[in-house]
Each structure stands twice: as structure tokens, then as C-alpha cells.
Design a protein around this ligand. Structure first.
Ligand code: DQQ
Length: 535
């Protein structure tokens, strides 16, 4: 069967279902990616830890699953978890197992042979389960994080996703030996703004203005912390930036950061969930990977025989202003680039569209930047005070033609020859109290000609001042996934698209301006991308 939606450089196994990334790490120079995997079907169930390794985060070798349901404490599924590198460098997996009653239990596994850099075989601890839920929380107790050591006491800490009395909670457990764990007096953090937290993570970030990452284990001055949570049932990963009070073992978000789905910061404003990060000691960076699910139906997944992708790995760091994370595809992606197309700076007329020629539109990497003259900015529409929610503005205003204002302008990707089909990634500029507000969006209304698989419109504000800065956009296109990075990675939107015309060689990329004012394209580079080796 033709498989136009399989990806060329986004990780996916040859067949079957995948979801959350689990326990990514680097060990003896080899990157390991585990993931929720159903070895038997293209639907969720029978969950094992699929396992792949790579030397460059681009090409991947698929190994047998590292964990499969086998014992009373995980017979109904080996669910999500994380890897911790113990003091002697031994990787230890903490994961959630489901028993026959679907009670969620935390378990430990370690490699059988530490001299094997591929860590093919894993042994489950005889002590399993090593953490059991409190009464009433049997199905609200999952996804252990990477553990970290207290600075003075040599005691391990780990957080587990939980809902307590209706509140999203990261419960804290402590252990001296990584085997015997007890629940701490208080959770690391909780909120009454959301329900169940899945896949919680806390990790340090530097405030020195560099893009370097730090090990989860390292604790010293000059560090801030990020708490990332995935809110069950919402498909949203969001995060706050704050401090970690080591004396009381609690996390405190900085002023202005909210544990709130409506107005909190999202890791990505599109289709993106259960992200997990790790410290890459080989390149002193922190890398984040997330699950991007299908937006087609279960029936279609079964027919095509697979479901789910992982994002391309992203480097993440704290923005200089300390107000948000910045994300950027790891530099190794650039080894796939070929046939660079550079277009000179040009005026993009109101109402115009022009093709970026010479690029394989189904497998591409595009970097474009715009500059908007101040006289044009002055023409921007006013941002109505009722429009505080960027997703809502995007739903209302989207990327349609004949707009009155500055934008939408940007890229039409996975576009058919005559543009009846396309996915629009765009900017729109609004005026608010003498300042300008930039909205970044992705509009899928026309992504699949003849079908209504997914007509979502995603949107988010981008913290860039168009008076003093260029508006940059980088978009990765890979057959059925589009990952976009605005403002150098300050706002990210990932989407899935299932074109019926813009398939393989029939996929095109256009630059467009549907606003009523001209804008300047100040730079454009695009590359065709080679296929990664994923087998
Ligand atoms: N997926 C896993 C759970 C986790 C959820 C099960 C998040 O451990 O809470 O496949 O997508």
C-alpha cells in the first residue's frame, strides 16, 4: 500500500503504535530513545518500551523492546518513565507498571550488561514494585521523572504524576538507595487549576545567557528550574519557570508564571504531548523530544498500520530575558540538508504568493525572515481587549485571503501545484496601546483537499518586537508533520497534515501575504532534506 504520510527524518518504527518518548539519554556516546510501543497493533495497548539508538539523533537503529509486560506489577502495560544515571554512571529506568487491576505501580529496571553501549537487555528489579499508590489514587499515580540528588544529604528525589483531591500534583518520593522509596511530607508542587498531571519533569536551566544545558543532578547558584507537566485529557504540555527551595523540597514558580492551561506557557502550541528532556553530556545541551499523535481516525491508523511520531529532537535553553524557553532543532539535522536555495531580499506584495523553487516540498527545512517598515506597522489592526487567548484569535482570524491588516504572511507548505491544498504557517501583527503584538499561527483548514481530517487552527503570541527585530520563521516539513519555530524558537507550533494532492514530488512551498499591506522578506534559505536511516 502507498504510504504517503510516513516520515523521512522524524522518528517512527516500521509499524504499529507509539506514544510518549521514555527515558531518553546518552550512554557511552550512544543516544537511546525509548517510547511507548504496542508491538502488536497500530492502536494504543499492550504497552512495551520500544528501544532505538543513534550516534547523531538523526539515524536510528531499532532494537527489541527494552521492557515488555511480564510480571504481576506490569502485566497490563509498561507505561511511561525516565532514566536516571546513578553516581557510578549506571542507567536506571523508573517506569509505571499496570497490574491486573490497572493499579499503577512504580518499578525499577537496570541493564543486564553495562559494557554493552546499546543496553539491549534490561533486568527488572526483584524489589518491584518499589512505590505503590495511596488508597484512592490507584489510577492517578504514574510517570516517574528523572531523579536528582539533594545537594547535602545524598538522598534521591523523584516526582510522580498525580491528582490529589482534584488537583494536578507532582508527588515527591525520596530514597537513599534507589530501591526503597518513601513519599515526602509534601508534593514538590500542585495546583487547583488543572486535574491529573502526566509525565512531570523538573530540570535546571542556566541564566548566563548561553544555550548550554545542565545535568538534572547539578544544583548550584545561578540556576533556575523548569517544571513541565502534561495535563491529562488536554493534549497540552505546559511549563513554569521558578526556583527550587531545597530546604523544603518544593518548587515555587516565579511571579507571573501560572499553572493554568488557559494562560500558562506551552512547550508547543500545536499537536505535541508528553515531552521528555535529557542532558546531553557530550554536547553540554538539553534535548527535548515529544510525541506527536495522528489526527486521523483509529480506523485509518489500522489501515495504514502505524500511528504516532516523535518530534525531531530539539535543543532547549532559557531565553536571555529569563521569561521562557527557547527551542531549536538539534544541529545534526543540518547534515541532511542539500541543494540550498537562497532568495534575495524582496518585497512581498499584499495579496501575493510566490513559490520557493527547487526544493523537495515534502522533505524540507525553510528559514525565512520578515521586516516590517514602521509606517506599515502603524496600519496594524487593533487587538481587541476581549482577545486575550491567542488560540481563539487564530480560530477567528486564521490565514484567510483579503484580510485587512498587517498579515497574515508566511509560508504555505505541503501545498499543491495550484494551491487548492496547503497548510499555512504565518504571522499577523496587531496594535495594542502603542505597542505591537505578533501572533504566530498555523491554519490547517485547507490541509487535505476533499477531507476534513483535521482543520485545526493553532495560534500563539510571539515575544518579538517587530519595530526593532526581524520576524523569523523556521519550518521543518516531513510528509505529514510540520514543525515551526518562530522568533528563533521562542514560539513553536507542531501540526500534522495529510495532503491528498501535495504528496511527495507534488508538494510545493510558497511564500504568501494575505494581508492588505506589503511586507519585506529580508532573507530566505531553503533546503531539501535527505532521508534519515531509520530501520
Ligand atoms: N501515556 C502513558 C502514561 C502517561 C500517558 C501510557 C501520557 O504513562 O500518563 O501510554 O500520554
Amino acid at each position: 500500500m502507498a504510504q504517503p504520510y510516513r516520515t523521512a527524518y522524524h522518528f517512527q518504527p516500521p509499524r504499529n503504535w507509539i506514544n510518549d518518548p521514555n527515558g531518553p539519554m546518552i550512554y557511552k556516546g550512544i543516544y537511546h530513545l525509548f517510547y511507548q510501543y504496542n508491538p502488536e497493533a497500530a492502536i494504543w495497548g499492550n504497552l512495551a518500551w520500544g528501544h532505538s539508538t543513534s550516534t547523531d539523533l538523526v539515524d536510528w537503529t531499532i532494537h527489541p523492546p527494552a521492557l515488555i509486560p511480564s510480571d504481576s506489577y506490569d502485566i497490563n502495560g509498561c507505561w511511561s518513565g525516565s532514566v536516571t544515571l546513578l553516581q557510578n554512571g549506571t542507567p536506571a529506568i523508573l517506569y509505571t507498571g499496570c497490574d491486573t487491576q490497572d493499579t499503577q505501580l512504580q518499578n525499577l529496571a537496570i541493564p543486564k550488561d553495562l559494557s554493552d553501549p546499546y543496553l539491549i537487555e534490561w533486568i527488572k528489579s526483584d524489589h518491584n514494585p518499589i512505590m505503590v499508590p495511596n488508597p484512592g489514587e490507584e489510577t492517578l499515580f504514574r510517570d516517574p521523572s528523572t531523579a536528582w540528588l539533594g545537594p547535602d544529604d545524598g538522598i534521591w528525589r523523584v516526582i510522580i504524576g498525580n491528582e490529589r483531591e482534584g488537583n494536578g500534583t507532582a508527588i515527591l518520593y525520596k530514597s537513599k538507595d534507589f530501591i526503597h522509596w518513601t513519599e515526602a511530607e509534601r508534593p514538590l508542587h500542585w495546583t487547583n487549576e488543572t486535574r491529573m498531571w502526566e509525565c512531570p519533569e523538573i530540570f535546571p536551566v542556566l541564566v548566563d545567557g548561553t544555550e548550554n544545558g545542565v545535568d538534572t543532578k547539578v544544583i548550584f547558584q545561578g540556576i533556575k528550574y523548569v517544571l513541565k507537566i502534561s495535563v491529562a485529557g488536554t493534549g497540552v504540555d505546559y511549563y513554569t519557570i521558578g526556583n527550587y527551595d531545597h530546604e523544603n523540597d518544593v518548587y515555587i514558580p516565579d511571579d507571573g508564571f501560572v499553572d493554568n492551561i488557559e494562560s500558562g506557557l506551552r512547550v508547543d502550541y500545536g499537536r505535541f504531548y508528553a515531552s521528555k528532556s535529557f542532558f546531553d553530556s557530550a554536547k553540554t545541551r538539553r534535548i527535548l523530544i515529544a510525541w506527536v499523535d495522528e489526527s486521523t481516525s483509529r480506523e485509518i491508523d489500522i489501515i495504514k498500520g502505524w500511528s504516532g511520531l516523535q518530534t525531531f529532537p530539539r535543543k532547549i535553553w532559557l531565553d536571555k530575558a529569563g521569561k521562557q524557553l527557547v527551542q531549536w532543532p538539534v544541529e545534526e539535522l543540518e547534515t541532511l540538508r542539500k541543494n540550498q536555495v537562497i532568495l534575495p531580499a524582496t518585497t512581498l506584495k499584499a495579496g501575493s504568493k510566490s513559490e520557493i523553487p527547487g526544493v523537495t516540498g515534502a522533505q524540507a527545512d525553510v528559514e525565512i525572515s520578515f521586516s516590517i517598515p514602521i509606517a506599515t506597522l502603524e496600519q496594524a489592526e487593533d487587538l481587541e481587549s476581549s482577545w486575550s487567548n491567542s488560540q481563539e484569535i487564530c480560530r477567528q482570524k486564521a490565514s484567510s485571503a483579503n484580510s485587512t491588516g498587517v498579515g497574515p504572511f508566511g509560508l504555505l507548505v505541503l501545498a499543491s501545484n495550484t494551491i487548492e491544498e496547503y497548510t499555512a504557517v504565518f504571522f499577523r501583527i496587531f496594535k495594542k496601546n502603542d505597542k505591537f503584538v505578533v501572533l504566530m499561527g498555523c491554519d490547517q483548514k485547507r490541509s487535505a483537499e476533499g477531507f476534513e481530517y483535521d482543520t485545526s487552527k493553532y495560534g500563539a503570541f510571539l515575544d518579538v518586537d517587530p519595530v526593532t527585530e526581524k520576524l523569523s520563521l523556521r519550518t521543518l516539513i516531513d510528509h505529514s508533520i510540520v514543525e515551526s519555530f518562530g522568533g528563533g524558537g521562542k514560539t513553536c507550533i507542531t501540526t500534522r497534515a495529510y495532503p491528498t494532492l501535495a504528496i511527495n514530488d507534488n508538494a510545493h512551498i510558497f511564500v504568501f501575504n494575505n494581508g492588505s499591506h506589503d511586507v519585506e522578506v529580508s532573507g530566505l534559505s531553503a533546503w531539501s532534506l535527505n532521508r534519515a536511516q531509520i530501520n
